[in-house]
Write a protein that binds this ligand. Sequence first.
Ligand SMILES: [Zn+2]
Length: 188
Amino acid sequence: MATVARLRGDAFVEFIGHAMTLSVSPSDVRVETSVKLRVEGIPTHDCERIWRGGVDANAQVALLRTAEGSANPCRHCLYLIRTGSPKLVLAYRPFVALQPYAESGPIFLHAQPCAHYESNNVPPWFDHLDPAIVRGYSHDDWIRYDTGRVVRGRDITRACAAILEDASVAYVHVRSKYNCFLCRIDRC
Ligand SMILES: [Zn+2]
């Protein structure tokens, strides 16, 4: 069965110093694909270390804060932390080994242990990402810049599946428009 994948190249990311502007055009992703996705939160053993008071990617203990607003995703259960609830703020590096492309950045976790997200689908709230960044990584964990796209939230699944049609791509990261890591997506 032939796969039809068409990504328009008129989405762009513009970096001006530390300011980043994202723009995504309508109908930027139209994909029919047979790739089945495995969507997971970050590994439970990483979170258990933090919940026990261990240090983060910067060798610092996570900060305890109160969630405010609706943009506090827990990267373990991939649910949004309710406003007014405690959250942990920490630096996380979503790669196993250190290498030049192993970026770390800020993430949130529920303050108390939660269930690990595992699904063939992204969480429904991803539809409201405005927009999101998706990009593939090679089998040596280097960024595949040619795969990077800025997409509307409801196009994330199709965009990730299209990237994973290429066997030389190992997995995909979904990141916020600010480049904060949200989750990794593999082939099922
Ligand atoms: Zn959680």
